[in-house]
Write a protein that binds this ligand. Structure first.
Ligand SMILES: Cc1cc2nc3c(=O)[nH]c(=O)nc-3n(C[C@H](O)[C@H](O)[C@H](O)COP(=O)(O)OP(=O)(O)OC[C@H]3O[C@@H](n4cnc5c(N)ncnc54)[C@H](O)[C@@H]3O)c2cc1C
Length: 241
């Protein structure tokens, strides 16, 4: 029933968030959000928006932002086994406990956390780091229009209903691959280059051999893949004279 510690918010340091969640002894966490958040922030995630962008249709992109809860998200709200929708917090928490199979969450504790967060909305110089980040995101017009809901009080029924989503941890990337040096030369078990063998892109480890570090930050993969391909090409060309 506690918020994740700063700065383990969605979209920040995913690996640190995973370590924290696993340290609780449970392999899932809960999102608590409102209808206003889900319609904007679940609507435009991942590949769902790609046809709009790749088709260069700004009208379609903006249409998604204004057309309410998109069909697939609505279907999850109605049928998803990890989605709970309730008008008030006590019913929401009761259902969350029901889904967990044991009364792990104390409604008074959850309410304290949300109220403390909501109160910070009255403060333009909020010390709540997540609210500050939301305001920062909305300073960028693109996020303001289609990605980040206007900060609002979650316990105000006008913003409801409340929604809880149980987030189960799953493995999406292994982050493994062939070990390479800075010339994209594949290294053997002893750390020595294998003559004539190069690896670039995902096969060399995530995002081209982890050139952006090991936090696997979303959106930083293609650059490393292309860069490691260039290194491999240059080194191979040099090797053959
Ligand atoms: C859903 C999704 C969203 C993503 N979003 C982003 C993003 O926003 N920003 C970002 O930077 N990165 C993103 N990535 C990661 C990025 O797309 C990949 O890191 C990058 O495309 C990998 O390029 P690659 O050339 O190394 O490998 P791939 O693009 O996987 O190319 C490997 C190729 O090898 C072919 N192949 C496999 N086996 C054989 C075989 N035996 N013989 C011949 N060919 C074979 C495959 O068909 C494929 O074409 C995303 C990935 C996914 C899956």
């Amino acid at each position: 029933g506690r918020r994740l510690p700063v700065p383990l918010f969605p979209g920040f340091d995913t690996l640190a968030t995973l370590s924290h969640i696993m340290s609780t002894g449970f392999d899932y966490s809960w999102f608590i959000l409102t209808k206003k958040i889900i319609q904007k922030e679940f609507a435009l995630s991942g590949s769902e928006q790609n046809p709009d962008l790749t088709g260069k249709s700004w009208r379609q992109v903006l249409g998604r932002a204004t057309s309410g809860i998109p069909g697939p998200v609505k279907a999850f709200m109605e049928k998803g086994e990890d989605f709970i929708v309730e008008a008030n917090l006590s019913k929401l928490v009761a259902q969350m406990n029901g889904l967990a199979g044991e009364p792990l969450l104390d409604v008074a504790q959850v309410e304290r956390e949300i109220r403390a967060r909501d109160m910070q909305l009255d403060n333009p110089f909020s010390k709540d780091a997540q609210i500050t980040a939301l305001r920062g995101a909305r300073a960028y017009l693109g996020d303001r229009l289609i990605r980040t809901a206007k900060p609002h009080k979650m316990l105000d029924p006008a913003n409801g209903p409340l929604i809880a989503v149980r987030l189960n941890i799953l493995t999406r990337k292994t982050l493994g691959g062939l070990q390479t040096d800075l010339d994209s030369h594949v290294l053997d078990a002893a750390g020595e280059p294998v003559p004539g063998l190069y690896a670039a892109g995902e096969v060399a480890g995530f995002g081209g051999g982890g050139v952006h570090g090991y936090a696997a930050l979303e959106g930083t993969f293609l650059g490393g893949c292309i860069f490691s391909g260039r290194s491999a090409g240059r080194a191979a060309t040099k090797a053959v004279g």
